[in-house]
Design a protein around this ligand. Structure first.
Ligand code: PMP
Ligand code: GLU
Length: 385
């Protein structure tokens, strides 16, 4: 039987619930159901035309061959310039590796640093893919508890550090809560990382999506010592509405970057040649074109938090485009199921994010959908709280 030949590694992995719910919701919509799909987190805007044109130009010019497996030099230089300009971080081109999405960058990082049973600390609520990627890389996911404000419980963090702790994954702004760590909080985390010599994998894919005048700070920018311990991961998916293009990148100290370059050169090789040219155009353009998209997300966020019933318990997002919420006293699975059946709302159960009892909605959808969503959520809360 072929099933018996599947590796234990593969058997241990569950599929991404964000992508699975999205697929199911799309099938229900195709079958004529009036579902509002609040599951997958991707901007509902199209990729700006001038970015598409750059890819078309690249194709027409025959830029269709293998590139340097870590990405073209021009793009890696543009990423260095971006780090300097946006985050006050100095990197050399060789420290930058461009991969097939930030998801791929993260997996490369874990493959490069995890030995069997190394512990990677993941503060809950976390993005669904972190624990599964850690398992795939042979590591052990150790969950750090959260406080009432959904930020990590620093005392708990200190108590779970062992000799096997290799890294902590920091995700600010966060998926699924939208919390954004302040400079003071980041300094505290950096001090702990430096004290114990723990790597910080800083997933900054939502860096541009922050609201209420807040500014994203990269933990790597807080000093030389923490910069050396930090691997910064970012990408073009969220900032430029380019989720399907699959371009992400990372910056790391030279030995780590070299290890990741080796892994990538033996596995995927370069990310798609012409998508790299499109990413280069997006990153080097005058960045004012992303402002309307950010303003629209902020408008939607404000609409939701100003209109959700007080009977709904939720985390107020300062960034990203998600709201993690809880209604009544159900498990995440029951709540998601009931919202789908009774209100035709497709949400992602929070247990896969380490937040039992909650579901996640994405507000990367139209205002019309959100007005209807809030109405349905409030009706549901009336009946269930
Ligand atoms: N990190 C977080 C927190 C995410 O939500 C996502 C999902 N898009 C990614 C990384 C991966 O993004 P991508 O692979 O599209 O660059
Ligand atoms: N990160 C997005 C989400 O959480 C996209 C889907 C995925 O890659 O998981 O919905």
């Amino acid at each position: 039987m072929i099933e018996n030949k599947i590796s234990q590694r593969a058997k241990n992995i569950k599929p991404s619930s964000t992508l699975a719910v999205n697929k199911k919701a799309a099938e229900l919509v195709a079958a004529g159901e009036k579902i509002i799909n609040l599951s997958v987190g991707e901007p509902d805007f199209d990729t700006p035309d001038f970015i598409k044109q750059a890819a078309i130009r690249a194709l027409n010019e025959g830029f269709t061959k293998y590139t340097d497996s870590s990405g073209i030099k021009q793009l890696r230089q543009a990423i260095c310039d971006k780090f300097k300009k946006d985050n006050n971080l100095d990197y050399q081109v060789e420290q930058i590796i461009v991969s097939c999405g930030a998801k791929h960058s993260l997996f490369n990082v874990l493959l490069a640093i995890c030995d069997q049973d190394d512990e990677i600390i993941v503060p809950a609520p976390y993005w669904v893919s972190y624990p599964e990627m850690i398992k795939l890389a042979g590591g052990k996911c150790v969950v750090c508890k959260y406080k009432e404000d959904f930020k990590m419980d620093i005392e708990h963090l200190k108590s779970i550090i062992t000799r096997k702790t290799k890294a902590i994954i920091l995700n600010s702004p966060s998926n699924p809560t939208g919390i954004v760590y302040s400079e003071k909080e980041l300094i505290e985390i950096a001090e702990i990382a430096c004290k114990y010599g723990i790597i910080v994998i800083s997933d900054e894919v939502y860096e541009k999506l922050v609201y209420g005048g807040l500014k994203h700070i990269s933990i790597a920018s807080l000093g030389e010592e923490i910069k050396k311990l930090t691997i910064v991961v970012n990408g073009v998916s969220k900032t430029y509405a380019m989720t399907g293009w699959r371009i992400g990148y990372l910056a790391a100290e030279m030995p780590v970057a070299k290890a990741i370059a080796n892994i990538q050169s033996q596995t995927t090789s370069n990310p798609t040649s012409f998508a790299q040219k499109a990413a280069l155009t997006a990153i080097t353009a005058d960045q004012s074109f992303i402002k309307p998209m950010i303003e629209e997300f902020e408008k939607r966020r404000n609409f939701i938090i100003n209109n959700l019933s007080p009977k709904i318990h939720y985390c107020k997002p300062d960034g990203a485009f998600y709201v993690l919420l809880k209604i009544g006293n159900m498990t995440s699975g029951q709540l998601a199921q009931k919202l789908l059946e009774e209100e035709k709302l497709a949400t992602v159960p929070g247990d896969d994010f380490g937040a039992e009892g909650f579901v996640r909605i994405s507000f990367a959808t139209s205002m019309t959908n959100l007005e209807e969503t809030v109405k349905r959520l409030n009706n549901f809360a009336e009946r269930n709280v």
